[in-house]
Design a protein around this ligand. Structure first.
Ligand SMILES: Cc1cc2nc3c(=O)[nH]c(=O)nc-3n(C[C@H](O)[C@H](O)[C@H](O)COP(=O)(O)O)c2cc1C
Length: 197
């Protein structure tokens, strides 16, 4: 039977983990990117649809291209981070279901139903984005998720050859510089946004 994680692990994943706006000058290896994927891919998605399609922007060219499509203070963060990942979603994820969900004809549930595919892709790629954040933290890395960018522009720049893939959100990745975090915003207690019926 599983046991609760240690306080140190819970701190690293949640309680002291932060959103970073800048990173230490410490590289992130390709093996670490694989390590993140190998953890995050195990998080559940409905019918194992796994709609997320990730582009890991490691080269300065890729980061500059992405930064040019971001707003506010985001471009500088993207350019300077060791890695910035685009979490995209495949609206035709159902084409993969014969091998991803072999127990049933799940492809048929989505065939010809674009609205169901859109909401399923958004819901489940967002979940996968959250698994990404936690997998990175679990491996000792830090992240800075962002939605302040031109989605259509990013789709044209990064998914031109995959027209059924759309960007969901992006995130910087690296070893966070503690000097770059904002003051912690309030996190309300249970009674504020919860109810037990
Ligand atoms: C989906 C998503 C989109 C976000 N978009 C932006 C953004 O465009 N620009 C930005 O500076 N921060 C962005 N943030 C960062 C949030 O403001 C930050 O994660 C939140 O305030 C919690 O900060 P903390 O983890 O340090 O407590 C985004 C976070 C998430 C999860």
């Amino acid at each position: 039977m599983s046991q609760p994680l240690s306080d140190a692990a819970l701190d690293q994943l949640f309680r002291t983990a932060r959103t970073y706006n800048g990173y230490l000058d410490q590289p992130v290896s390709e093996a670490q990117l694989h390590g993140i994927w190998d953890l995050m891919k195990m998080g559940p998605t409905s019918a194992n649809i796994l709609p997320a399609r990730l582009v890991w922007c490691v080269s300065q060219d890729a980061k500059d291209k992405l930064a040019a499509l971001a707003g506010g203070t985001n471009p500088d963060k993207i350019r300077k981070a060791p890695v910035t990942v685009i979490i995209g979603m495949d609206l035709d994820f159902h084409e993969q279901l014969p091998w991803l969900f072999p127990h049933a004809d799940a492809k048929a549930w989505f065939d010809g139903n674009e609205p169901l595919r859109e909401i399923s892709a958004m819901r489940n790629s967002s979940l996968q984005g959250a698994y990404f954040l936690l997998a990175a933290r679990a491996l000792g890395l830090d992240t800075g998720p962002m939605s302040g960018f031109d989605n259509a522009g990013v789709d044209a720049a990064f998914f031109a050859d995959q027209p059924r893939v759309r960007s969901n959100f992006i995130s910087t990745l690296g070893y966070g510089d503690p000097a770059t975090v904002f003051d912690r915003s309030p996190r309300p207690g249970f009674e504020t946004f919860n109810r037990i019926d």
